[in-house]
Design a protein around this ligand. Sequence first.
Ligand code: GLU
Length: 278
Amino acid sequence: MKYVKPLGALGAAVVMALSLSACASGSAAGGDPGSGGKVVIGIKFDQPGLGLKEGDTYTGFDVEVAKYVAKDLGYTDVEFKETPSAQRETMLQSDQVKMIFATYSITDDRKKKVSFAGPYFIAGQDLLVAAGNSDITGPDTLNGKKLCSVKGSTSAKKIQDNFANQVQLKEYDTYSKCVEALASGAVDAVTTDNVILAGFAAQSQYAGKFKVVGKTFSEERYGVGIKQGDTKLCTAINAALEKMVSDGSWQKALDDTVGKSGFQVDTSVNPPKPDACA
Ligand code: GLU
């Protein structure tokens, strides 16, 4: 009988620990897949063809993939929040968003802070220049040039790591600011993923003004950012992504969004198969 009390206390502690861990993956940003209700999803607000907010309307491939996945996971209400490149890890860690679909490359560095489902798309880093520019033809021709990219992006990091000696790198918070700087002549080129640059080049206000150089120099695997270690959510997202490809919705979403810019998708690597959830 001596043990009854300690066991009871232990039992209560176990129940508490279990119930705490059961809600660890649920937050104000959304519950576990299958629990329904609202989910808060991070996207870009200024990237035409991928994640764009105009008034109350959200368009782009990332938005379409996000909506499909959210529905497949049983969420009944989606709230979109802007997740600029440099803030994505923090916004997941602090439960401001449940998932991020924002041209978010899967990298080992980022995996130290967050986890990824997917990839659901593969792009490559490229350069955007004025339509009449003939001296920038690839990353090896950037000597002495002013180049714009975005803080916290793999694009800026690649330049810092590989071309820092030759290039004057200007870093803004968003790519739309870089594109404005290119339009005004404040910079010679903008660098990020080819699919993002193609979306800007196709915007009516920039018609005929820019060209994408077309020589990619990285592989950017777009994943769905989630809280680190949420394997249950990762597995559910990957199943939804595979379904989106097999039922034709992935291709349709791509044609309706990115396709409009005339961007040629690299079909030798797209659509990609999701990685195993760690
Ligand atoms: N895909 C790259 C990245 O995740 C560049 C695009 C972006 O900044 O969203 O850093």
